[in-house]
Every structure is written in C-alpha cells, then in structure tokens.
Design a protein around this ligand. Structure first.
Ligand SMILES: *Cc1c(COP(=O)(O)O)cnc(C)c1O
Length: 346
C-alpha cells in the first residue's frame, strides 16, 4: 500500500535532480506484444550486455510533469501530446509504439503511487515524470532489438535553469546537436550525447546553456538543446524558429496557442537570423523542464546581445508564464483537452 501522506522535502530548493521515489512502472515488449508488469520498487534494470540501447542508442524518452493544484487535486498537462511524440520517436528508431492509453495509465499509476512526493501547491515545484523505452536483448550487429522495456519513473523537481524567472545568459554553440534529416525531431539520447560537450563549454564560461544554430549555415537560431526558443518582436509578435532539426516542444505549441488566443498576439514559426537579433525585444527558452526561462544575454562569437534585460523578465514573457503556469496548476481555465486529472484514490 503506497503511503499517501505528504512527505517533507525542501520544496523551494529542489533544483532539477534525481530523487529515488518508492515506485516506478515497467512493461516488456516480447514476441510482438506488450506485457505490462505494472509498478515495481526496483529502481535498477538488469539487461544483456549486447542490448542495442548500450551500443547503438536505440531508445527514446519523454518528460512531463504532475502539478498539485490549490484544491489538492493533481493535473497532468497534455499527456496525449507526449504519448504521440514518443510514438513518433519510436517510428524513427524502429521501436514498437507505446499505445496512448497504456502510456497515460502508466503515468497515472506512477503519480498515484508516489503521491506523497508531489510538491505542495505554491512551492513552484512539481513531480517530473520520465517515460522511456529501450531496446534490449542479446545482440551485436547494427539492427533493431527484438525486445524492449518501457518504464516511467518520477522525481520531484524545482527550477531547471538556476534563475527561474530571472534571466540568464546563453552561448551560441560551435557544434550541432542534430542534422536536418537526422533525429532532431525525435526525443532520443543521441541528440543529448552530442550536446554534452558544447553544454559543458557553455557552463565553463558561465552560461546557462548553449543555443544551437541551424546545422546548414549556422545563421539561424534553432533551439536550446533541452528547450525551444521563442522571441517577442518589436511589433509585438510571438516568433519561434521553424526547422526540421528542432524537437517539437509541447510547451512551445501551447505558447503559440496561448499567445494567439489568450493574449491576442500575432504568432509565427519562422526563421530567426542571428544578425537580426535587434528585432527581438524579449527572448526565452521554453519546455517542460525549463517552463519559461527568460534569456537575458546571448553571446554569438564576439558579440554579446541583450534582449530585454540581464536582470529582469520582460512583460510579455511574464504574461505568457502566468498564462501557462496558471493553466498547469489549475488556477486558470484550460483549453479543451489540455488538463487530465489524476485519480488519487483507490
Ligand atoms: C524535451 C525537449 C524540449 C521541450 O519539449 P517540451 O515538450 O516542451 O517539454 C525541447 N527541446 C529538446 C531537444 C527536448 O528534448
């Protein structure tokens, strides 16, 4: 029987780190079908040394959050979108798709079983959910696995970038994370493996992270490696890059909708050239983990460009943040189908 009584952690200072919770979900794919094991207390996975996930990176993951509302209920934000995106990642890497219903019920089970660890309303912290699928089994040649594990674990988290709504600075990467016809649109480990070195170089120079440029000419902004990029133009338009090597962020598409429908702004997915940054009066990184993290300054080669301010969040970015988080935490009405309540009772 899972403990349902709230535990006490230092909710305000969680950061974004792994905290081992009591329960996680597992399912196995074998002989062409999924077999659901359900919840387990074992945080370790023992698999064959030849498993394709180890050598050839055959695996994909997702990231979403459970939000504690003022009334004690718990929200999932657009989990169907994460299910769909994982299915697309699976298609790209020749892995069996996890059905949407199984994906969402796994999330529900994990949140319910670990409900004592869902951060309280008002702390800004959330329960981060990490679904993933890996190719396993005896193998050595380059080919897709015959067997797979799908699992979901959870960990309570606070801010991803240390600033929260205080702007931080970013560096234009000298490396690419993905190619146009590569796996940029898939949430797969390889994209992240290739981002470790440029990420480290950015951290060493005091930046929050790097911003990747288009892999063809390195003239346009792509994204922030773990979050998408958006800007507010001088004439009040919400713009975000369009490129085949960007990961389609659920947060980004939600902001495109909210900017248009709730804030009455014009929006566009378009090219954002690094030699035309003066057109942008605000900029930010957006994603489940990053939420909305304002970008203060952006170092491109020798040029340091400040968007709104290095110390203060811009007014439109703040409005977007309030709209988005208001919906996620249940304080504002959500567009139809965006919120799924978790059933916390037996
Ligand atoms: C997960 C991810 C994002 C953010 O997507 P959300 O659905 O908003 O969480 C952005 N870029 C990359 C590379 C990602 O892996």
């Amino acid at each position: 029987m899972p403990n349902t009584e709230q535990v006490n952690l230092d909710w305000e200072n969680l950061g974004f780190s792994y905290h081992k919770l009591p329960y996680r979900y597992r399912a196995y794919f074998k002989d062409g079908q999924w077999c659901q094991q359900g919840l387990t207390e074992d945080a370790n996975i023992t698999i064959n040394e030849g498993s394709p996930i180890f050598h050839y990176g055959q695996g994909a993951f997702e990231g979403l959050k459970a939000y504690r509302c003022k009334d004690g209920s718990v929200n999932l934000f657009r989990p169907d979108q994460n299910a769909k995106r994982m299915q697309n990642s699976c298609k790209r890497l020749l892995m069996p798709e996890v059905p949407t219903e199984m994906f969402i019920s796994a999330l529900q089970e994990v949140v319910k079983a670990n409900q004592a660890y869902i951060p309280p309303y008002g702390t800004g912290a959330t329960l981060y959910l990490r679904p993933f699928i890996i190719g396993i089994g005896e193998n050595v040649g380059v080919k897709p696995a015959k067997e797979y594990i799908f699992s979901v674990f959870a960990t309570p988290v606070g801010n991803y970038f240390k600033g929260g709504l205080t702007p931080t600075n970013f560096l234009a990467a000298d490396y690419d994370r993905a190619a146009h016809k590569g796996t940029g649109q898939s949430k797969v480990g390889g994209n992240y493996a290739s981002s470790l070195l440029p990420g480290n170089l950015a951290h060493e120079r005091g930046f929050s992270d790097c911003i990747y440029l288009d892999p063809i000419e390195h003239r346009k902004i792509e994204e922030v490696g773990s979050a998408n990029f958006f800007g507010i133009t001088r004439d009040g338009k919400f713009v975000t890059p369009k490129s085949p090597s960007i990961l389609p962020s659920v947060t980004k598409y939600s902001l495109l909708y909210l900017a248009k429908h709730n804030l009455g702004m014009e929006t566009a997915e378009t090219d954002i050239y690094i030699d035309q940054l003066d057109n942008l009066v605000e900029a930010g990184a957006c994603g489940t983990a990053a939420v909305i993290s304002p970008i203060g300054g952006f170092q491109v080669g020798d040029d340091f460009h400040v968007f709104y301010s290095e110390t203060e969040v811009g007014p439109v970015t703040r409005k977007l943040y309030d709209e988005l988080t208001g919906i996620q935490f249940g304080d504002k009405p959500a567009p139809k189908g965006w919120i799924l309540k978790v059933d916390l009772d037996d």
